[in-house]
Ligand binder design. Structure first.
Ligand SMILES: [Fe+2]
Length: 387
């Protein structure tokens, strides 16, 4: 077997890495578009740190685009792209959680090519347009979960179509990831748990799906080990720097893993949930679905699920992967049902159709290829919390 391991993103990692921003940014020009949310980066001091670093390296001009929301929409990307073009920015900085990073990367694509972001997302038949150019992007994560700082994906929601799709292209890699674990210390225990579980799901799905790449799988394995040990610590002690550092690192590794191996049915079934219910955070949707889909999947790749169970601290038996997921969710406070978060039972048929219409390519790499009836039943179980 021949594998490929392409890593075009330069990584700065460690305490105080954010101070590198200005020095790195100078390579790309003098005028920045800073893409972030309304509150968090400002309140936590991360935005000040970035601006101070830019200023100290002679970059005085920047436009602050702080319109990013969780589950970011195509409208937000298109508006950001319009500003990037109008203001002739040289480069883009994404500062925040996965939503800010995904938005920054997508703005780079849209502002450098024709059309709008929905032309570039991947329907099963492929995107409508292929990008030819992009602007340099620097990603500075303030959560530990998305992995977007090192991968080629942006997940975007179309509110009118109620669809959540992925823009995936080699031009969508950021140029640089500046990962400063100190920036994640102000996350609440709940956000820590939700984003950390996103990273764990990236590692679990990349390890167990049918794609093969042993180099990338090393990243999944290490990420599982680290998240299993350190996520409960960070949830209980938000200011524990060692835990924050290990999780920032694990999240990056899991991002590298999905960049090469992709995800599987847990992500495929989550996206319709948060597309229809944008108040449901991505990581929470994954947490609700993961026990049921793990139970459905483990027989399709017993060796890898046994390894997952072992890495989570259980005996090396595939069926124990389900216990590992359930117990872990209980420990970090995320053992919930679709009903608990306000999903209506009447929409489960529609969610099932959406998985087929928008994400059926993931059926083939899922450990067990599901039928539509399987997907419908899994939603029902996740709705009721019936394992
Ligand atoms: Fe994810």
């Amino acid at each position: 077997m021949v594998i490929n391991f392409y890593r075009p993103v330069e990584v700065f990692f460690g305490k105080g890495a954010v101070e590198k921003t200005g020095e790195v940014a100078r390579r790309y020009g003098f005028k920045a578009l800073i893409v972030t949310g309304k509150e968090n980066a400002k309140k936590s001091g991360a935005l000040d740190k970035v601006i101070r670093s830019l200023n100290s390296h002679g970059i005085q001009e920047y436009i602050l685009y702080n319109e990013v929301i969780p589950n970011p929409t195509d409208k937000i990307v298109n508006e950001g792209a319009r500003i990037a073009v109008e203001e002739k920015v040289d480069f883009i900085i994404g500062l925040g959680g996965g939503s800010a990073l995904d938005t920054a990367k997508a703005i780079s694509i849209v502002s450098s090519n024709e059309g709008s972001v929905w032309d570039y997302v991947k329907y099963p038949e492929g995107p409508r347009l292929v990008p030819y150019l992009s602007r340099p992007v620097i990603c500075i994560p303030t959560t530990a979960g998305t992995g977007s700082e090192v991968d080629k994906y942006s997940v975007i929601t179309n509110e009118i179509r109620k669809e959540k799709l992925v823009l995936s292209h080699s031009l969508n890699y950021p140029k640089v990831a500046i990962i400063d674990p100190e920036l994640t210390i102000t996350m609440s225990p709940e956000l820590t748990a939700i984003t950390g579980f996103d990273a764990l799901t990236h590692a679990l799905e990349s390890l167990t799906n049918r794609a093969e790449n042993f180099m990338a799988e090393e990243c999944s394995v290490r990420a599982i080990e680290l998240i299993s040990k350190w996520l409960p610590v960070a949830v209980e002690e938000p200011e524990n720097y060692e835990a924050r550092e290990k999780l920032a690192y694990a999240s990056m590794l899991a991002g590298i893993a999905i960049d090469h191996l992709g995800v599987a049915l847990i992500h495929a079934m989550e996206h319709p949930v948060s597309a229809h219910y944008p108040h449901v955070a991505h990581g929470l949707g994954l947490a609700i679905l993961a026990p049921h889909i793990t139970r459905f999947n483990y027989k399709g790749n017993p060796e890898k699920y046994a390894l997952f169970a072992k890495l989570m601290g259980y005996e090396e038996r595939p069926e124990l992967a389900v216990d590992a997921v359930v117990d872990f969710l209980e420990r970090i406070g995320l053992l919930k049902t679709l009903k608990d978060v306000g999903v209506e039972e009447g929409i489960l048929d529609r969610l099932t159709e959406d998985v087929y219409m928008l994400a059926r390519h993931s059926f083939l790499i899922n450990p067990v290829e599901p039928t539509l009836d399987d997907v419908r039943e899994l939603y029902q179980r996740a709705y009721e919390g019936k394992l």
